[in-house]
Every structure is written in structure tokens, then in C-alpha cells.
Ligand binder design. Structure first.
Ligand code: C5P
Length: 215
């Protein structure tokens, strides 16, 4: 069974999807982590961001291994390194790159082949797994999302300003929504869950209920 969870930045997708996967005994696939890892590799390789084929070549040479709570890039644990503000911004180059999207889409399908998976991202229901049995669109108001992201970055020790986080989030939402291929969109057969005012336990309960409803 494939459960897709798509939605904008800061809706609480990652933690909810990870916990849902654990509860169901499914594998968890964090597709945002894959785009982030490609950006990190591009930065380390010193690619020219205006030459998409350079980043595509770097992406093609990477081995990404994902487990429920970590990502290894060529064997190195980059789980924390991909979450900085700088990498978050650079990730748009990976997300806008069609060759990278094709490559990661293939890897995501290979990861899920023959498995029970909860997968999380922007295009999981629309592009990568259009035939998924259970599709969820998880979202929250933009202020709430920015506040969560701010607290998360603060907890990681980054110097952040709430207004700046909100500004960057708006830009990211805009890029994610306007992307011609693989952009953020709610599939017509997705169930929308608004997480405003719900605590993490309540969100996971709601998601588990939805999955049980389609099983
Ligand atoms: O979910 P997360 O914030 O880690 O994703 C980082 C970025 O990767 C998103 O802003 C989006 O641009 C891109 N992304 C994507 N398609 C996905 C997952 C993430 O384009 N399936």
C-alpha cells in the first residue's frame, strides 16, 4: 500500500508522516530530503547554479540511502547538514531541475516497489504515485507554518527572525506552486487535512483514521 502525503512547507508533514509510518509499520520516504541532498552535493561540488546540467550530473553520480530517520549521501549521514537555511534556499535549484526530478522520481518509485510506504513531498500523489491507494494533502495557515519552522530552526541553533522565515516561506510556496513540472498541487482524489490548532498526536490520529478508512 502507498500512502502519499503532500503539502506546503511547514505543515508538519515530515514528523506526521514519519510517525504515521512507524505506527503502521510502513517504510517512510522523505522526498524533500532527496532534493535537499542533491542541493548539498551541488554546493560541495561548486556547480554553477545557472547551468542545470552541472547539477544534474552531480545528482546522477550520487547514491542516496533513506531510512525512517536518516539520509545517507554516498555513505555519509547528511541528515542534519541538509536542514540549514542555506541548503533550504539552494534546494529550489534541484526542485526546478527537470533531469533531477526525473532521476529522483525513478528512485522514489524503486524505493516503494513491492513495499508498504508512507511517502511525503509535493508531487507524490500527482506525479510519482498517481495510483496510490491513499492520498493526503496536509496543510496549515501560513503564519502557523512559519511559526513552526521558526521554532524548529531555533531549536537547531540557527539565528532566525520570524518575519524573515515567513518571507522566505512565501517565496518557497510560490516557487513550489508555480513549478510547471512536479509543482505543489492537491490531487483531485486527495483528502485535505488542515493541521491548525491540532497537536502532533492529533494529526497522526487523524491520518491513521484516514488510512484505516481506505484499507
Ligand atoms: O519538504 P522539504 O521542505 O524538505 O522540501 C524541500 C524542497 O524540496 C521543497 O521546498 C520543494 O521545493 C522541493 N521538493 C520537491 N518535490 C518533492 C519534495 C520536495 O520539489 N517531492
Amino acid at each position: 500500500m502507498i500512502v502519499t502525503i503532500d503539502g506546503p512547507a511547514g505543515a508538519g508533514k515530515s514528523s506526521a508522516a514519519r510517525r504515521l509510518a512507524r505506527r503502521l509499520g510502513f517504510r517512510f520516504l522523505d522526498t524533500g530530503a532527496m532534493y535537499r541532498a542533491v542541493a548539498l552535493a551541488g554546493k560541495r561540488a561548486g556547480v554553477d547554479w545557472d547551468q542545470p546540467e552541472e547539477l544534474a550530473a552531480v545528482a546522477a553520480s550520487l547514491t542516496l540511502e533513506l531510512s525512517n530517520d536518516a539520509i545517507l549521501m554516498n555513505g555519509e549521514d547528511v541528515t542534519a547538514a541538509i536542514r540549514t537555511l542555506e541548503i533550504t534556499t539552494l534546494t529550489q535549484h534541484a526542485a526546478d531541475n527537470q533531469a533531477v526530478r526525473r532521476l529522483l522520481t525513478d528512485q522514489q518509485r524503486a524505493f516503494a516497489a513491492g513495499q508498504d510506504v508512507v511517502t511525503e513531498g509535493r508531487d507524490q500523489a500527482t506525479v510519482v504515485f498517481p495510483g496510490a491507494q491513499c492520498k493526503i494533502f496536509l496543510t496549515a495557515g501560513e503564519e502557523e507554518r512559519a511559526r513552526r519552522r521558526f521554532l524548529d530552526l531555533q531549536a537547531r541553533g540557527e539565528e532566525v527572525d520570524l518575519a524573515e522565515v515567513l518571507r522566505k516561506q512565501r517565496l518557497r510556496d510560490q516557487c513550489d506552486t508555480e513549478r510547471a513540472y512536479g509543482g505543489l498541487a492537491k490531487a483531485s482524489d486527495s483528502i485535505e487535512v488542515l493541521t491548525d490548532g491540532l497537536n502532533p498526536d492529533q494529526v497522526v490520529d487523524r491520518l491513521a483514521e484516514i488510512v484505516q478508512g481506505v484499507q
